[in-house]
Design a protein around this ligand. Structure first.
Ligand code: ZN
Length: 308
């Protein structure tokens, strides 16, 4: 059984074989048990102060907003109860409300794992609709179909589907050392695994070798898949790898990284422990917290749980 990382492990039954049945979808919207998650500027409403939860609401107060054309997507079923997400626009941020929306990345570590995974689905879909109002083929306005899982062009009849963008993220290993990089936009001394988007026509292994070589000049031999994680910013799939470094001398691509460095296994283990405890000192070298798969790639390798 693989480990489940933040944003993975979505418990909903997406009922994908029934989403094109508009009568069935309409019946879900009439179901008094149906719940909807409002997102305002891609931030979900939340409730609770100690134990934070997503603010799932009944459908009724949202009917007018839905009729006015707000984007509504069907997320799935749990024990027969339908769950939706709605692009609530600025209307949800009522003045005086103590339900201040938080961005998904800050919120995810505070939520139960199931809810973080559903939030990933909701955020990626609502964001996709916001950016795909027009047909990529002919430029006409598109219409939502299949309970929010298709946008169809009434002019050229093209169907457009929400996509995930695969990202290879990897720890290159040589003996007892792992290669970490510090991004140009990352402040302080925050290091992480190297990563990059896969390109069309590329295998995963080729993407790992190309990214590591581009960013650090290191040549890569064997590549081993570890695990993956949905990353809804806006819609990536982070695919984690260990890979075998065949060379040592680093030549950083200054467009991509401020710095890349070999760290000893013991040092990476200490960085992981600091990040996991939340006692991160910005002046010390560090790795991302447990919300990110990079944390777990570093944790597993530095503790001897994964080898290449
Ligand atoms: Zn079209």
């Amino acid at each position: 059984m693989e480990e489940i990382y933040c944003f993975a492990g979505n418990p909903l039954d997406r009922a994908s074989e029934r989403r094109r049945d508009s009568a069935w979808v309409a019946s879900l919207l009439e179901d008094p048990a149906a719940r909807v998650l409002p997102l305002t500027d891609l931030r979900p409403l939340i409730r609770g102060s100690d134990a934070i939860e997503l603010d799932w609401q009944p459908m009724t107060p949202w009917r007018e907003t839905i009729e006015q054309g707000a984007t509504l997507v069907f997320l799935g079923l749990a024990e027969g109860r339908p769950f939706f997400a709605i692009d609530a626009g600025p209307a949800a941020a009522e003045p005086g409300s103590n339900r201040e929306p938080l961005d998904a990345r800050s919120l995810a570590p505070l939520l139960p794992g199931d809810e973080a995974a559903i939030l990933a689905e909701a955020r990626s879909l609502i964001d996709w609709h916001a950016r795909h109002g027009f047909c990529a083929q002919c430029g006409s306005p598109t219409r939502v179909e299949a309970a929010g899982w298709v946008r169809r062009c009434p002019e050229c009849k093209a169907s457009h589907y929400p996509r995930s963008d695969p990202v290879a993220i990897m720890l290159a290993v040589r003996g007892d050392c792992g290669l970490l990089g510090r991004g140009r936009r990352r402040p302080g001394a925050r290091f992480s695994c190297l990563a990059g988007f896969m390109e069309p026509g590329e295998t995963l292994e080729a993407a790992v070798r190309r990214e590591v070589h581009e960013e650090s000049g290191i040549r890569i031999g064997r590549v081993k898949y570890l695990a993956c994680q949905p990353w809804p910013f806006p819609s990536s799939l982070m695919m984690g790898f260990l890979c075998e470094a065949l060379s040592e001398e680093i030549t950083v691509d200054p467009e991509e990284l401020a710095e890349a460095r070999w760290f000893h296994r013991d040092e990476i283990r200490a960085m992981v422990a600091r990040a996991a405890s939340g006692a991160d000192d910005p002046t010390q070298v560090s790795v991302p917290g447990p919300v990110a798969i990079a944390h777990h790639i570093c944790r597993r390798w530095s503790n001897g749980l994964d080898t290449i």
